[in-house]
Design a binder for this molecule. Structure first.
Ligand code: HEC
Length: 346
């Protein structure tokens, strides 16, 4: 916009110092606000339990879920819970061993801030696939239509379409080993809902949410079931979302192809959890919502309607729309950029 002029606003160096100072303080106050109890409350049932387990015990199912989260299911290897993580057994496969480490004296944030590719299918409901013509500003969000693939960290490291320039050229070489990786979100507040619809899980009255970066998963039961069964023999089908074979139910006993098969994380996918154990992990995740010990004064402002009916395992399935067949291949502006992906992305 300003050509080669890097200082289009004419300020003296003294004025520039004042301006920089204002920006620095602005950033600091945002930072302070985000770490304040208004935003980071640490007021969940689980926080109360950590503080004093005798006075604030978890229910039997919640406690069983916590033990699975940090043990057999090994969720805490990525969603750090302030403890050590379960040792990997000699054969290196899940389910992993029991975590016997001591709890750290911290407020766990339930993320390692790292990135992983969980192998989620492409979600054809995402608006981005349809934003392939100019809007009223003349801006086209996604010129590739269904040729768009979200390579996550890989696209960022290549400074690819829709991404800012990578801040460090030395990192570009790591793009092929980062394709498909998304940042590990915190598991805190994933079950937070308005009081009128007191859960995320069908039959409800429940509050419909969408989980993971592309919203493919609609309930916490589905989320845990995905981690548990993605790689179980007979659950994966060579199809895209909306095309699971007759006799199967998508997200229950049919998982379509991953959007990006490269660099898939193999510590999850076959956890050997029973149906009850899946539900116990859901019960534990529900203890991570803030507002338990210090209720939010304005929590009652939701004016929408709650959802009812169905089961948590199939919730959201009535909104499935078929992925176009054949799915256009990944656009060369995304998948054909050096350094190339380790294997072709379909
Ligand atoms: C290999 C690392 C890893 C492991 C192990 C792992 N997760 Fe995750 N988790 C992630 C990543 C990465 C994301 C974000 C993925 C995305 O957005 O596509 C995530 C997201 C989540 C979210 C947030 C979803 C949202 O939309 O807010 C929850 C809840 C969650 N995981 C629960 C679990 C549970 C329960 C387990 C154990 C059964 C588990 N995770 C094991 C890496 C991991």
């Amino acid at each position: 916009m300003f050509g080669t002029n890097t200082m289009p606003i004419k300020l003296t160096s003294a004025e520039r110092s004042i301006a920089s100072d204002v920006y620095a303080h602005w950033a600091q106050s945002l930072d302070q606000y985000e770490t304040s109890p208004d935003v980071s409350a640490f007021s969940s049932k689980f926080d109360a339990f950590l503080h004093d387990p005798t006075a604030n015990p978890l229910s039997a199912d919640e406690m069983a879920g916590y033990n699975l989260f940090r043990g057999k299911a090994n969720c805490n290897s990525c969603h750090l819970d302030g403890r050590s993580t379960a040792p990997t057994p000699a054969n290196g496969t899940a389910p992993n061993g029991e975590d016997t480490g001591a709890a750290a004296d911290t407020k766990p944030v339930f993320t390692c801030f790292g990135s992983a590719n969980l192998g989620l299918p492409l979600n054809p409901r995402d608006a981005i696939y349809y934003q392939n013509t100019p809007d009223f500003f003349g801006f086209t969000a996604n010129p590739f239509g269904f040729g768009f693939r979200d390579l996550g960290l890989g696209t960022f490291l290549r400074s690819g379409p829709g991404s800012w320039a990578s801040p460090n050229d030395d990192w570009t070489q790591f793009a092929p080993t980062s394709d498909g990786q998304m940042q590990t979100s915190s598991a805190r507040n994933v079950a937070m809902v308005p009081p009128q619809c007191p859960t995320t899980e069908a039959p409800g009255p429940y509050f419909q949410k969408e989980f993971f970066h592309n919203g493919y998963i609609k309930s916490l039961k589905q989320l845990v079931h995905f981690y548990n069964t993605r790689d179980v023999k007979g659950f994966h089908f060579n199809v895209t979302s909306g095309h699971c074979p007759k006799g199967t139910v998508e997200k229950v006993n049919c998982w379509p192809n991953p959007e990006v098969p490269n660099n898939m994380d193999m510590t999850v996918g076959m956890l050997g959890l029973t149906d009850t154990e899946e539900n116990q992990i859901v019960a534990f995740l529900q203890t991570l919502s803030d507002g338990f010990t210090r209720p939010y004064p304005d929590i009652n402002t939701y004016t929408g309607v709650c959802m009812t009916g169905g089961t948590a395992a199939t919730q959201g399935n009535n909104t499935l729309i078929p992925t176009p067949t054949p799915l256009p291949p990944c656009a060369s502006a995304i998948c054909g950029v050096a350094p190339l992906p380790t294997m072709p992305i379909p």
